[in-house]
Design a protein around this ligand. Structure first.
Ligand code: CIR
Length: 270
């Protein structure tokens, strides 16, 4: 089964991005665009069909398309970003996703950023963070548990999203910065710690049997390679200045399970 990767171009207004845990430093938007092009090329080389959401020049963070949706085989859940300035990003993504999946929607007062959702098989860990509130996590649970998914809320502290602190590098293995998330919630799985000198290195993107990881985090890459994990390095240094990593710039979904069936919310459900 193939993989579709939704992406969205870098906005010329990216230097007005949201920032929570990082100092603002000048962003070379042209260079960010070239890095994003190279990222899309890598996804294609790894076998993804890249589908571009129409660009949003006036939405500084729109390249970080991951935050706008959570997609499983049965449905696409349209997120409600915790940063108010980002809420306008979701409509265009929903329009594209409607071609591939029935849509569900996170409704007020819930907030949820896709960057807070780590999916491995039929388990989803949801970071409760400054962006995703308990109501947003509970709505995701109400949407997905009837479909046979287990949804596990996890407190996140000190970083932007759950996936800033942890991602999966194999079905049974997670890459974790234990300073930002309690690694014991992944018990039963192998835990690889990021190199202490590379706190942002836990954000890697698994595509098939490869892991896409930022070039800047050499020591953590070497840790992964020593465990037999095949890593493809990409330069995302300008995107990182906007507090973005490699998962943020795409939404991956399995191809071949498409079906569209309208929109349905869950607020106020049982
Ligand atoms: C934000 O603060 O929302 C953006 N500047 C960065 C979002 C990164 N997204 C992600 O990690 N999923």
């Amino acid at each position: 089964m193939g993989v579709i990767a939704l992406t969205r171009a870098v906005s010329p207004a990216m230097d007005r991005c949201e920032l929570s845990h990082m100092e603002r430093t000048p962003i070379d938007v042209g260079r960010a665009g070239r890095q994003h092009d190279a990222y899309e090329r890598v996804l294609r080389e790894l076998g993804c069909r890249v589908v571009c959401v129409p660009p949003a020049a006036d939405q500084p963070d729109s390249v970080f398309v991951e935050d706008t949706a959570v997609v499983v085989d049965e449905v696409a859940v349209i997120a409600r970003p915790g940063a108010e300035a980002r809420r306008g990003e979701v409509d265009a993504v929903a329009t594209v996703l409607a071609d591939f999946r029935p849509l569900r929607v996170i409704e007020p007062p819930g907030t949820l950023d896709g960057g807070d959702v780590l999916t491995v098989g039929r388990t989803l860990w949801v970071g409760v963070s400054r962006r995703t509130n308990p109501d947003g996590a509970a709505q995701l649970q109400r949407i997905l548990e009837p479909l046979g998914y287990e949804v596990i809320p996890v407190p996140v502290d000190g970083c932007l999203h759950l996936k800033t602190a942890v991602t999966a590098v194999a079905d049974d293995t997670v890459l974790v910065n234990g300073r930002w998330v309690d690694a014991t919630v992944f018990s039963g799985r192998t835990v690889i710690e990021t190199d202490p000198a590379e706190p942002f290195a836990a954000n890697v993107l698994r595509v098939g049997d490869r892991v896409v990881a930022p070039m800047a985090h050499r020591r953590t890459r070497e840790r992964l390679e020593r465990r037999g994990i095949r890593v493809v390095a990409v330069d995302v240094s300008e995107l990182a200045r906007a507090e973005g990593g490699v998962t943020c710039c795409s939404v991956l979904l399995s191809a071949g399970v498409e079906g569209a069936a309208g929109v349905e919310g869950v607020a106020g459900g049982p």
